[in-house]
Design a protein around this ligand. Structure first.
Ligand code: CUA
Length: 331
């Protein structure tokens, strides 16, 4: 299979700011609709006024040098003053609406939550590192590119970057927020509808900026708890021979220099944590996670993502298949 053939995304969900599924997105979508309808009304009113002026000007047929009488001059002055007053009132109203929405989506607008979920989100060229904080170090979960959130809970995000400026944008949940290296910022999310949403990186960050997608899975509290409990477990031991061969290859080759798989001696922290790799919809922050595709990726990641830091791994085809089988078994 050639890179790029077949569906490019592991998920079919399409992102839309006009399909809000979170508190902030509801605010911004309502602001958008307010602007849309007010501007539409103004546009129609202006067209109507121009049409009226054209029709009147033609039907009256007055000589151009005739001076208007005092009464019609007064009417025109009133009409112009009225239009100026309406313009100022409309712009001022939109400014207030904009201000109120700004208040609603900043840090003070977060719905109170006794135990907000705390997550660190770090941008890398070109993938997302996700860490679920926990007071007990053993419960800390490190994963990549796919973030799971419980519906109806406030999520406190700490955004940071290790290289260049990236931007978090999950249009269905919230607006954009930059991830600036060395300047961690706090932000929040409050998903109020279950679903799978896309979060494309929204700040040009190099060659593969377009291939830096965050998958956001908003699920029930019970489903989230089950996911988190599984994410905390070390990787499962492979049962079939092919996957076992893949694990031995993983630990013997260069993979361990960059990747970690908890429960094994692999502790690399440069690339994404692969402990539950097989459970993710996508890999490489862009591609559907299938064994065939993964084997191709391992052979030459730059074929998929020119500029990617991960080097090609010299393995024969059987070895690549074994490695892919092992990684896909890590649910
Ligand atoms: Cu990261 Cu654009």
């Amino acid at each position: 299979m050639k890179p790029g053939s077949g569906p490019p995304w592991g998920i079919t969900a399409f992102h839309s700011a006009l399909d809000p599924a979170g508190t902030q997105a509801v605010h911004t979508a309502s602001l958008w609709w307010l602007f849309f309808w007010v501007c539409t009304a103004v546009f129609v009113a202006v067209l109507f006024a121009i049409g009226l002026a054209l029709i009147r000007g033609r039907s009256r047929n007055t000589p151009p040098d005739r001076k208007p009488d005092e009464a019609s001059e007064h009417r025109r002055t009133l009409a112009v003053l009225g239009a100026i007053g309406a313009t100022v009132a409309i712009l001022f109203g939109l400014l207030i609406a904009d201000f109120l929405v700004g208040r609603g989506i900043d840090s003070t607008g977060a719905p109170p939550d006794a135990q907000p979920l705390a997550i660190d989100l770090t941008g890398h060229q070109w993938w997302w590192e996700i860490r679920y904080r926990d007071p007990i170090p053993a419960n800390l979960v490190r994963t990549a590119n796919e973030i799971h959130l419980p519906v109806g809970r406030t999520v406190r995000l700490t955004l940071d970057s290790v290289d260049v400026i990236h931007s978090l944008w999950i249009p269905n949940l919230s607006g954009k927020r930059d991830l600036v290296p060395g300047h961690p910022v706090e932000t929040w999310l409050h998903p109020d509808r279950e679903g799978i949403f896309r979060g494309p990186c929204a700040e040009f960050c190099g060659l593969q900026h377009a291939n830096m997608t965050l998958v956001v899975v908003v699920e029930s509290q019970a489903a989230f708890d089950a996911w988190l409990a599984n994410a905390r477990r070390p990787a499962v031991e492979p049962t079939d021979a092919l996957a076992r061969q893949g694990r031995d290859l993983f630990l013997a080759r260069t993979c361990v220099l960059c990747h970690a798989i908890s429960g094994t001696p692999a502790f690399g922290a440069v690339g994404p944590d692969l402990t539950h790799f097989g459970g993710r919809a996508m890999f490489g922050a862009a591609f559907a996670n299938t064994p065939d595709r993964l084997a191709e990726w391992i052979a030459d990641p730059a074929q998929f993502k020119p500029g990617v830091l991960m080097p090609a791994t010299p393995l024969d085809e059987d070895e690549r298949r074994a490695l892919a089988a092992y990684l896909e078994s890590l649910k």
